[in-house]
Design a binder for this molecule. Sequence first.
Ligand code: ADP
Length: 168
Amino acid sequence: MTTSSRVAVCPGSFDPITVGHEDIIRRSLAFADQVLVAVAHRATQVKQGLFSVEERVAMIREVFLDEPRVEATDFTGLLVDFARDRGATLIVRGLRAVSDFEYEFQMALMNRQLRPETETLFLAPHVEHSFLSASLVREIGALGGDVRPFVSPPVMRRLRERFASTSP
Ligand code: ADP
């Protein structure tokens, strides 16, 4: 990317990427030339999650095969350090409901304290996605429910494989 292009980071756990995440990432393209979807390694998290970080990154790549301006990667350490290293000036987060607000507001102000050059942008998803979370998708999928409305086909394929291999 040239120095004049605007780079945004969409950070998260993406375990797995849902249509709600996709909505926010696609909306980010209106504000940025390049969007880095950054899967966080949580060194402090004991529980491993449903998918490995590598699998999550691979799924994001599959979902955005048609969009060269979206890049999927993982990162460790502070988000603001990752943003600085990649020349990103925007952090994009989705706000689903008031319940998201307190944590997101705190994080945005802390990230500004750590690196004032990085601005946080909050985007609202389509109302149809406002109740959706990756944790609900994992739970419904594990219990045998239909999660097709909530994830793209590449993610659905992996969810089927994962639950087929873990069901009794
Ligand atoms: P989740 O809460 O689904 O596990 P992440 O921790 O991966 O998601 O969050 C990454 C970002 O995506 C956060 O800013 C979160 O608010 C946002 N996000 C997650 N699901 C949705 C959704 N359905 N609509 C809008 N934003 C969302």
